[in-house]
Design a protein around this ligand. Structure first.
Ligand code: NAD
Ligand code: MLT
Length: 530
């Protein structure tokens, strides 16, 4: 046996990708392997290349003793246990831009097929019937397209829909306002605005904790009568029982689906309904996209196995050891500050994130900390995990400008200051690490200084500084049975409002925040859960 690295190509990719791998490695095609064979033989390979059908579970990864890289020829890495791979030091790399165009075009194809009954009319005609009156459709011209998830694919769909003369309204609070303006798209404040307006709704969200089951019975009820639904993103975004009910009730006039909660699938209550158009996960299945995905993923595998830069790695930061040592204790703080700042920001978009590193931190390559900040801001809202390699491109795709500055002088040994700017204004928060273990502390919010350990549950209030405000707040928390763990106030005169921050041992209910924020001399309140 020679010592060339061994690569397993488990799913069909373009020949050009396989050829590229064959130039340097021993390549085995396992396209028709049963799952048992994969489990049995995974330990023989240095690299694995998959599309979306292979489940790369933690158990499988645990058996992959030689594995150094897993390549995903496509976008979603939801079929790979990235955390398990990261724990074992395996790079996971994808080809996120390889198929965005193909997916956007397929969403358009589905929308048009749905509006003009193309598949139904085809089946009728080849079945021997000439039924012109049965398959009359609707035009998309001057109709409103609602887009949920205005990322790479959502934006391409918007451009194309504008070309068809559609009005477009989109909801995605993690994209800069400017991007909406550039594409002539109305920015929705929430998904309910999209439901109220749209004749056709198309989904372009990733599957995350927040987005799973997004279109449920409540969502369908809030939509316009006769709305049409297109899903070319992920099946889990829709509660399919609720969709079936809404279709049968006539609330939804039709649905076009490329993706399903379980795949592959050949039997489903929706299949065969007159007003449902389905395709078997074909969004990325164009010659061009498969070429791009195959070649890009093969390039990532070559880089990973030959010590090159894995530009689409979704899980590895790389830094000089001395920087890593100095920065590592500040990673949780940076991510928490990002999360707090974005939770306090008022707008429906994020336009700019600025991070300033003061004191000793300014001596280091702080990019990793900025990524941790971005991680806190974007976490749970992106398809890939945000890391040193992809963080800036993820922010850039969303039109979010990111800047970092270093200032040697500071009142603290180390200080991280994060500003999030949106259409609603700017929010600045700052924190540092105290003690030998650099325990994260929040030392400033809204321009007011105080000192509070960072905890899972916060509530912040802005108010007019005068005696008795702390007592009033404490009384209401007590009456509602919410236990305050620590509290701090900042009331420097130059700031417009004083700020009170409390940490609690459980999430602070929104009604409690609203009650306090709405009472005399309190101006605003916000709960933040980390
Ligand atoms: P992307 O990450 O570029 O865009 C997703 C957008 O969703 C982001 O802008 C993000 O801010 C937004 N978002 C995330 N959570 C949100 C939330 N809670 N509320 C509002 N907005 C939120 O991803 P993409 O490349 O455009 O892919 C979109 C989807 O399409 C993914 O699910 C992907 O897996 C899928 N996809 C399917 C096919 C196919 O073959 N059918 C092909 C490619 C991609
Ligand atoms: C993707 O996430 O890239 C698409 O769903 C396409 C695919 O898996 O082939």
């Amino acid at each position: 046996m020679n010592d060339r690295p061994r690569v397993l190509v488990r799913e069909k990719i373009a020949d050009s990708g396989v050829d590229l791998l064959r130039e340097r490695f021993d390549v085995e095609l396992g396209l028709d392997w049963q799952d048992g064979e994969l489990v049995e033989r995974i330990g023989d390979f240095d690299a694995l290349l998959v599309r979306s059908a292979t489940l790369v579970t933690g158990d499988l990864i645990d058996r992959a003793d030689r594995m150094r890289v897993i390549g995903r020829a496509g976008t979603g890495v939801d079929n790979i246990d990235v955390a398990a791979a990261t724990r074992r030091g395996i790079v996971v790399a994808n080809a996120p831009e390889s198929n965005t165009l193909a997916a956007a075009e397929h969403a358009m194809a589905l929308m048009l097929a749905l509006c003009r009954n193309v598949p139904q009319a085809y089946a009728s005609l080849v079945g021997g019937k000439w039924e012109r009156s049965r398959f009359g459709g609707v035009e998309v011209y001057r109709k409103t397209l609602g887009i949920l998830g205005f990322g790479r694919i959502g934006q391409l769909v918007a451009e194309r829909a504008r070309g068809f003369g559609m009005e477009v309204v989109a909801y995605d609070p993690y994209v800069a306002a400017e991007r909406y303006r550039d594409l002539g798209v109305e920015r929705a404040e929430g998904s309910s605005d999209v439901y109220a307006r749209a004749d056709v709704i198309t989904l372009h969200l990733p599957t995350t904790q927040d987005t799973r089951g997004w279109l449920d019975a409540e969502a369908f009820a809030a939509m316009r009568d006769g709305v049409r639904i297109v899903n070319c993103a992920r099946g889990e975004l829709i509660d399919h029982q609720a969709l079936e009910d809404a279709l049968r009730a006539g609330k939804v006039a039709g649905a076009a689906l490329d993706v399903f909660p379980q795949e592959p699938i050949t039997e489903h209550p929706l299949f065969g309904m007159d007003n449902v158009v389905v395709t078997p996960h074909l969004g990325a299945s164009t010659v061009e996209a498969q070429d791009r995905a195959g070649v890009q993923t093969a390039e990532q595998i070559v880089a990973a196995l030959t010590g090159g830069i894995v530009t689409n790695a979704v899980n590895i930061p790389a830094l000089r050891p001395e920087d890593m040592e100095a920065l590592e204790p500040f990673l949780p703080l940076s991510s928490q500050l990002g999360r707090i700042a974005v939770s306090l920001s008022e707008g429906t978009s994020i336009d700019r994130i600025e991070v300033v590193y003061e004191g000793r931190l300014s001596e280091h390559d702080t990019r990793l900390l900025t990524i941790a900040v971005l991680n806190g801001v974007l976490a749970g809202h992106t398809e890939e995990e945000v890391n040193l390699v992809n963080a800036h491109s993820l922010a850039e795709e969303r039109g979010i400008a990111v800047a970092e500055h270093r200032e040697p002088s500071s009142d603290f040994n180390e200080l991280v200051r994060v500003t999030v700017a949106s259409a609603g204004g700017e929010v600045e928060v700052a924190g540092t690490g105290f003690g030998p273990r650099h325990e994260p502390h929040l030392v400033s919010v809204y321009g007011q200084r105080f000192n509070l350990p960072i905890s899972p549950h916060f509530a912040f209030f802005r108010y007019r500084d005068q005696p008795g405000m702390i007592g009033r707040l404490g009384t209401i928390f007590g009456e509602r049975g919410v236990n305050i763990v620590s509290a701090a106030v900042g009331a420097e005169e130059e700031a417009a409002d004083a700020v009170m921050a409390v940490t609690t041992d459980a999430p602070v209910p929104e009604e409690l925040i609203a009650e306090i924020a709405g009472s005399n001399d309190f101006h605003a309140g916000r709960a933040v859960d980390l």
